[in-house]
Design a protein around this ligand. Sequence first.
Ligand SMILES: [Zn+2]
Ligand SMILES: [Zn+2]
Length: 555
Amino acid sequence: MAKQSLETIRVFALGGLGELGKNMYVVETEEEILIIDAGWMFPEDDMLGVDVVIPDISYLVQNKEKVRGIIVTHGHEDHIGALAYILRKIQAPVYGTKLTIGLVEDHLKEKGLRKKADLRQIHGESRITVGQFPIHFFRVTHSIPDSVGISIETPQGLIVHTGDFKFDQNPVDGLYTDIDKLTRIGKRGVLCLLSDSTNAEIPGTSPSETSTGSGIAEVFQEAEGRIMVTTFASNVHRIQQVINAAQSEQRKIAVVGHSMSKVIEISRKLGYLHCPDDIFVDPSEVENMDPKRTAVLCTGSQGEPMSALTQMAKGSHHELAVEKGDTVVIAANPKAGNEKSVSRLIDFLYQLGAEVIYGRDNVHASGHGFQEELMLMLNLLRPSYFIPVHGEFRMQQAHGELAEAAGVSPDNTFLLDKGEVVEFTNKKAKRSGKVPSGNVLIDGLGVGDVGNIVLRDRRLLSEDGILVVVVTLNKKSTGIVSGPDIISRGFVYVRESEELMEEANTKVKTTLEKALSENVKEWSTLKSNVRDVLSRFLYEKTKRRPMILPIIMEV
Ligand SMILES: [Zn+2]
Ligand SMILES: [Zn+2]
C-alpha cells in the first residue's frame, strides 16, 4: 500500500474547458486511464460547413491499452456525442444510467456501432470498479433525467466530478440531488472536486424546473388558438410538463422533428415520460382539428434554420405552418451564439400574427445551478483541490472565486485549459505540462480532414468568391490553343460585368503570351503569373480579392 500511495494521479480535460461543449475529462495513473464523458459541440461561426466538433483524442489513442472505461454522467450531446468516434478507435466499456445508456444506444445505432459497443448500466446507488478505481455515483438534478455525479476512490483520496447539476428543490420526478450522499462523501474527505461552472456568474439560486410547468400551464389555460411549444428535445421533464398541461386542457399533441420524436419514444419506453397513447396525433391531422384542442411539440428552440419551428414559420414545412392566432412558446433560452437566430425567429413569428411566449415569460429554467448552488456543492464536499470545469474561462474564474469564499485556497484552485495536466503526488497537486488537445472537425463523413487550410479556403470563398481561369496550351508549351476562359462564382454578376471580365481575359492572355515568348515553360510559374496579374487587376477595379484558380491543360 505504501508504494501505491506514491503513485501519481493525473487529471486533465480534452474538452469542456474554455468552452461550453464537447466535455471530456480524464483521470490517469501509471497503468490506467478513466474517461469521464465524451461530448461534441456545434461548430463556431468561423468553422464554415463543419457539422460538429469533437475533442482531439490522440493522447488517448496513443495510450489506448490503458483505457479501462468511459463513464457518461448524463445523456446530453455535449457529454455523449463523440462516443461513436471514440469507440471506433478505443475499445472500452461505457457506463451510464438507464436513460443515458438508452440515448447512447440510439446514438451508436445511427452510426452503425451499437452491436460492437460494450454498454453497462449503472444507477445512482451503484458501486463499481473500473480498472483499479472503485467508483460511486450520486444522483443530481439537471435538465435531463437520470443524471449522476461520480466519486472515484484513489489511493490519495476521492476525486469527485459533479456532472451537470443544479439543486432543484422541487424536481418534476421527485428525485433530488442526493445531498445526504454528498455529505457522506464530504466527510470522507475529497482530494479534488471538478464541478459544473456554467452558471457561476449568476447570483442566487436557479428556479425549479417545476416553475416552468406553471408558466406553460398558464399559456395552455389562456390560449384561444393552437399552441406550438418548442424546447430542447432532451428536456424530458419539460416535455412531461407540456404533456400535463395539454392533458388538463384536453388538447392533443402532434410531435414534429426527428430528435423530439426520438427522445419521446426512448423516454416513454424506459419509463421516464408518462402519458396515455391517445394524447398524440399525427401532424397531418392538425390542419383539420379544432385549434383549441391542438398543440404541437416541436424542435427548433435555437432558431436552427432546418428545424421544425423555423420551417413551419417560413412555410417550408410539408405538414404545418404557423398562422395568425397561433401561440408559440419557446420554452428554452438561446445558447451563446444563437441569440441572433432566435431573435430573428421571434420577430418573424410576430410578423405572421402569432403570439410568442419565450424565456422571460417563466417558461424556461436552466439545468445548471447558480452561485448559491455551486457554493452548496463546495460546502458539502469541502475539497482540498478544486478544478472548475464545464465552462468558458470567465465562468471557470467566477467559480474559482466562489470556491475561495467557500474556503478553498486560491493556490489550490486550478483554472485549466484543455490538455493542461494537474498531477497529484502524496496528496499534493501541481501543474504538470500538457497533453495534445484541440478540435477535430467533422464534416459529412470526414473526421479531422477539414483543418486550418481547408477552413481558410472556405473563408476566402465565402468572402469574395472564386475565379477559375482555364487555358489550353500546345504540346511544346509555346502557344495558346484555346482560352483563356474565366468562370466565376460568388465574385460578380457576370452578365452585368462583361466589360470587366473581358478586360481580365485580355490581361491573362497578354501575360501568358509574353511569358511563353520568353520561353517560360514551368506551369507553376505560368500559374503564379496569371494569379498575380489578375488579382492586382481585380483589386484595382473592384477592391475585392476573390480566390483565383488557374488551370492549364495541354493538347
Ligand atoms: Zn447537461
Ligand atoms: Zn453539459
